[in-house]
Design a binder for this molecule. Sequence first.
Ligand code: 5RP
Length: 222
Amino acid sequence: MSNDKLKELAAIEASKLIPRSGIIGIGTGSTVKFLIKIMSEKYQLYKNNQFVPTSLETEKLLSNGNLTVIDDFTGKILMDFDGADEINPVGDLIKGGGGALTREKIVAANSEKFIVIADETKIVNRLGKFKVPVEIVPFLHSKTLEKIESLGGITQKRKHGKEISDNGNILADADFGIIEDPGLLEREIKMITGVVEVGLFTNMASQSIIGTEEGIINKKYK
Ligand code: 5RP
C-alpha cells in the first residue's frame, strides 16, 4: 500500500471519533488533509461543530469544505487531530515539518485529547532522525540559532518549502542526531530567548492512530 493510502486509513479511523457537536482542533499536513476531505464530503454531519485550524492552509481547506472555522472562543477544544513527523513508543513527537508547529502546539496544549494520525513510516524507536523544527523571532535570529547550536544541534534556516511561519517568524531545523531525552531537550530549546516554539511535543499525545500494512494500530498514552 502507498504511504498516502496508509494516511487515508488512519484518517478514516480517526473520523469515527469526531463527536457531532463541539469544538475540534485540526492540524496541518497531508494526513490531516485526508481527514478534512472525509469531513467535507459529509459536511452536514458536522454542522454543529466548530473547527480550530492550526495553519492558514488548514483554515482554507476547512472553509472550502463548508466546515465552520473559529480562531478564538470560550469553552474547550474537545479533541485535536494532527499528523507527526516522528512518533516514539511513548507518544513523544517531532512535528513541524510543514512549519505549523507553534499553532499546532497551542491547539494541542488546549485540547482535552490530542490524537495523532500518521502512516507507519513515522514510527521510530528514538526521535531524532528527522531534524527538529524550530520557529524563531527574526530579530537577531543568528544569535538565537547560535544558542540552539550550543545545545549540540546543527541548525539551518529553511530554504525550501515554508521558510516563514504563518506568524511571520523564521523557520529553521536543528539536527541533534538521536535524542537521548526529548523532554529535556524540548525544555532547553524552549528556554532560549528568541525561540518561539520547538517541534518536540513530549508528553502531549493522548492517542495515536497509525495506518500500517497490517491494519490500524490504535494506541492510548493517557
Ligand atoms: C506540520 C506538521 C505535520 O503534522 C507533519 O509534518 C506531518 O505531515 P504529514 O501528515 O504531511 O506527513 O507537523 O507542521
